[in-house]
Design a protein around this ligand. Structure first.
Ligand code: DX5
Ligand code: ZN
Length: 218
């Protein structure tokens, strides 16, 4: 599995160094959580911060928008240096128009579903997206417990993609550590986001390696 450490759990006063540290530790992507205080009850970072940390690594920026109106902000995040932009099916923007806008900027588009949203909600868009992100916590905060009962949703989406001959990636986000990664690996997850599991680990490189191999130490 690819591992995308979430900067939500890093030292915000040293974001550039934290990105370099996690790059050296073997991260595949950098996951950036954008919250607007409306779609979720928390405020985090915006395009200015993403632009500021962009020069510190060449790793892909996986930008997770937890905002009400993603379509209005695609240009801002594209300009800031996003490579993959994921937005929620539960948000207010027109889904097809938002995917088209992301593609028009030459970026990969992903759709995210919250724990109470069924897998079927993304089925109409599978042909159009690079990735589906299945939330394994309620979005809004780092450090919550992994919801193992989301794994059937991962399997259902993987099966639907296989049936249609599509190579859509499935990412999970929330409560992933070397302890919970085995369940994700078994379910067929392609990309694991991990905030506290990597940044609060004594050895982030070991934590990334262990998540990548589904909890097995290498
Ligand atoms: C939660 C965010 C996650 C969060 C994960 O809304 O989307 O990316 O940072 O943090 P952990 O890995 O600590 O659950
Ligand atoms: Zn996230």
């Amino acid at each position: 599995m690819k591992v995308a450490p979430s900067l939500l759990s890093c030292d915000f006063a040293r974001m550039g160094e934290e990105v370099q540290k996690i790059d050296k530790a073997g991260a595949d992507w950098i996951h950036l959580d954008v919250m607007d205080g409306h779609f979720v009850p928390n405020l985090t970072i915006g395009p200015a911060i993403i632009q500021a940390v962009r020069p510190y690594t060449r790793l892909p920026f996986d930008v997770h928008l937890m905002i009400d109106d993603p379509l209005d902000y695609i240009d801002a995040f594209a300009d800031a240096g996003a490579d993959i932009i994921t937005f929620h099916v539960e948000a207010r923007s027109d889904i097809e128009a938002t995917i088209r806008k992301i593609h028009s900027r030459g970026l990969q588009a992903g759709l995210v579903i919250k724990p109470h949203t069924p897998a079927e909600a993304v089925y109409p868009y599978l042909e159009k997206v690079y990735m589906i992100l299945v939330m394994t916590v309620e979005p809004g905060f780092g450090g919550q417990s992994f919801m193992a009962d989301m794994m059937p949703k991962v399997r259902a989406i993987k099966a639907e993609c296989a049936k249609r001959g599509l190579a859509v990636l499935v990412e999970v986000d929330g409560g992933i550590s070397e302890k919970t990664a085995p369940a994700a690996l078994e379910a067929g997850v392609d990309v694991c986001v991990s905030g506290t599991g990597v940044f609060k680990a004594q050895n982030p490189a070991a934590a990334i390696a262990a998540i990548r191999t589904g909890g097995k130490k290498i």
